[in-house]
Design a protein around this ligand. Sequence first.
Ligand SMILES: [Fe+2]
Length: 221
Amino acid sequence: MYIGHPSVRPQAALLDPELTLCLPPAATAATGIVALVHGIESPASRGANAFSVACATQAVGMVSRALPAAHRDGSDLDARAELMMGAHLAGQALTLSGLGLVHGIGHALTAHTGTPHGVALAAVLEEVMEFSAPAAGAAYEQATRAMRVPPPDDGDWARAAVTAVREQCGALDIKRPLRELGTDRDLLPAIAAGATADAVTKNAPRLPEEAEVLELLTRVY
Ligand SMILES: [Fe+2]
């Protein structure tokens, strides 16, 4: 369940990248990929507007450039600073827009297995993007351009987007099959049910049936 209310929203955020210098590479990857997913999923969601898309697009550009550098060299203060600001902008975007199915599955996966948020998102990111692409083409094009990917010869930006996130996740070595995340095959139906019922999933560009979520989970098991 979620616990949240406007009264607990911070009135100010202090973004001090020096505080993140000692974050180990695996935690840098997991938290950084969360920011990237926020930046990709927010503009594709039903709640997106021009302002949230602007924040998310800038966030994707900053995070996709800084995350590999911060992961490679945790003492790179410029990369840490860019990553932190990108993550903050992605948070501003999602606060306005909401998110979608990557988070719906991620929440359920974490609730059942304790998998860190970013690792849970990375486990299904590519597959959810492929599923959502028919309804999210323009958003994926904008995100992929922000990642400085050159225009694909065939104009298939959705596939270029999936390739780009695969490369990002590959460089971070963060994507794991569900069977390595403490998930028994018996758990998949409960995760699919939880993901489908999650309020965040109702905001996805392409609404999934529970059976489609289960099929997706089975593929990444
Ligand atoms: Fe998140």
